[in-house]
Design a protein around this ligand. Structure first.
Ligand code: GCU
Length: 402
């Protein structure tokens, strides 16, 4: 195992040095500092590939290159939903080799004059938890969700009426139907569909659960580009907490996402890892060994060894807009670490002549949303609430020209 890890490290180092030599650019250890890059060209040709390679090999794991058969079937499309405000649409995404279809729930603004922009994000415990609408098909139960989750139980997190009234579609599906959120050896997930012959577990540099969830967001995006009701150039990928980590990784790996929004994503998401605040790389890997790739374990109590901290993940969105949000009582997610990460990614946006963050962390309820890197700190707990959505819609309105 040790020899394997050493070989991987050598391979990574030689890939990094190879690229650097070709371009004549010395790749620094970026660490937990502002990213100081000289030009867009250097960013795109040297640093971005190096940083992407690092996150693929060492943090979230590589997504598979192969493809599986996926079909999409519109199950229903009903006008008059949400008291006349919306069209409710359900689409079954069937992945060959997975028994249970993933049901994509969509609310589209009623009376839209053309294709609309959308927010796409996974939900934790089923589509029917996102709203009390009695006609939402319950997401098939997943092993980690005990019992039948109550209809509408998570509706505070999904202000559907508000979103559609602002001219946006909401698109959501249950993360557990892609890969149940438990350390089950990836037995019930999409991972085995891509194993090489004889393989029974992802390799040390291959995707974990966050990788699989991000991959599934891209597979839903594959559907959205075919749906005439959606303006697929204006899809914001969004997620709360572990799903915020996932939204950032999805935005980094799939440039079709026009905006990425991380709500209280914390460790392994927006927050810098190399600070002794809140959750650490050690704790997250112990509690959730399935989220990241096995290589990430090398950084337990060893964060200074990271080639780049999480500001590198945020910068992978550039020049597309990115938004990070924290909550005052969510110390586990290290609000300041989340802010600093967005601040330290900002110089990359500035290379493109775009406005990033430059000032100290704002007070609660003082959103910074005028540039391409947005941030706000909400008073209160770890959650995603109407206040957060109001800021995301403001931010999306600016960038989508609404
Ligand atoms: C735990 C975990 C966090 C995660 C959060 C969530 O608190 O430690 O990393 O973000 O769950 O997803 O709600």
């Amino acid at each position: 195992m040790k020899r394997y890890i050493t070989t991987l490290l050598l391979l990574l180092a030689s890939a990094v040095c190879g690229r650097a030599q070709e371009s004549g650019v010395i790749v620094p250890k970026y660490g937990s500092e502002p990213l100081k890059i000289n030009s867009v060209e250097e960013w795109e040709q040297v640093h971005r590939p190096v940083i992407m390679n690092f996150f693929e090999q060492e943090v979230y794991g590589l997504m598979p290159e192969g493809q599986v058969g996926i079909t999409y079937e519109v199950l229903s499309e009903t006008k008059g939903a949400l008291e006349g405000r919306a069209i409710r649409k359900e689409v079954a995404m069937k992945i060959a080799g997975i028994d249970t279809p993933i049901i994509i729930l969509m609310y589209l603004p009623a009376n839209a004059k053309g294709p609309v922009p959308a927010f796409l994000g996974m939900n934790f415990k089923g589509n029917h938890q996102t709203h009390t609408d009695p006609d939402i098909t319950p997401s098939p139960n997943a092993p980690v969700t005990k019992g039948d989750p109550e209809r509408g139980a998570a509706s505070r997190r999904w202000p559907m009426e508000y979103i559609v009234e602002n001219g946006y579609a909401v698109v959501t599906f249950n993360r557990d139907n892609v890969d149940p959120d438990e350390d089950d050896g990836f037995k019930n997930s999409v991972h085995p569909l891509f194993y090489a012959e004889g393989q029974t577990y992802p390799k040390a540099n291959e995707w974990g659960t966050i990788g699989a969830w991000a991959w599934s967001l891209s597979r839903v995006m594959d559907y959205l580009v075919t749906d005439k009701a959606i303006d697929s150039n204006k899809v914001a990928v969004i997620g709360h907490s572990r799903l915020g980590k996932t939204a950032l990784w999805a935005g980094a790996t799939d440039t079709r996402f026009a905006i990425a929004i991380s709500n209280n994503s914390g460790c392994g998401g927006a927050a810098l890892s190399n600070r002794e605040v809140g959750e650490s790389v050690e704790v997250i890997n112990r509690a959730f060994p399935h989220w990241f790739c096995d290589n990430y374990n090398k950084y337990r109590n060893n964060e200074e060894a990271l080639l780049v901290d999480q500001q590198g993940l945020i910068a992978l969105m550039a020049p597309r807009p990115v938004y990070v949000a924290s909550a005052t009582l969510d110390q586990w997610a290290d609000p300041e670490g989340e802010y600093l990460s967005a601040l330290y990614a900002s110089p990359v946006y500035e290379l493109y002549g775009l406005q990033g963050l430059t000032t100290p962390m704002p007070a609660p309820e003082q959103p910074m949303n005028s540039g391409h890197v947005g941030y706000h700190l909400r008073s209160g707990k770890h959650d995603i609430l109407i206040y957060d959505w109001q800021q995301y819609i403001d931010f999306a309105n600016r960038h989508f020209g609404k």
